[in-house]
Write a protein that binds this ligand. Sequence first.
Ligand code: FEO
Length: 176
Amino acid sequence: MISKKMEEALNLQINKEMYSAYLYLAMSAQCTEMVLDGVAKWFMVQYHEEMFHAMKIYNYIHDQGGTVKLQAIEAPKEKFSSVKGMFEKTLEHEKTVTASIKSLVDLAKKEDDPATEIFLQWYVTEQVEEEKNAMDILQKLQMLGKEEGPGMFQFDAALGSRKLSVPSDFSEKLAD
Ligand code: FEO
């Protein structure tokens, strides 16, 4: 069992993860419209990853006998004039998610809830990777300079090689 306070906070995190999915889906759409199919694929994979993050919490709430309460997902508003702008936004956004996970860990400690604390460790580790991915790509864009020519063509192709590493069928019990 989890406390009502913990349940509420986890439900809010589902919404944040779904907003993340929505944000990256919007970026994927914009990249497709810019004929950057590789970058569009990268963001589409990220969209699936975020849905996985959300659904992992959804299952955990049920495993703990709690109630999932879905809330409205905000529409991403920003339009970007460059791919660099998108990854800057990605890094900034992931930092807010990291802070949110940290607050959940703090709450689990406060609520004397070691099960949720252990559950959240997966997210703590995942956030290190999420921030690193965005930082690495921003460094590559820095090396590239202008977003045009053969360099951009290669960058787009490289990002397009990203493969989905999480299950996309959420009707199955989610594995790590
Ligand atoms: Fe689910 Fe990108 O954090």
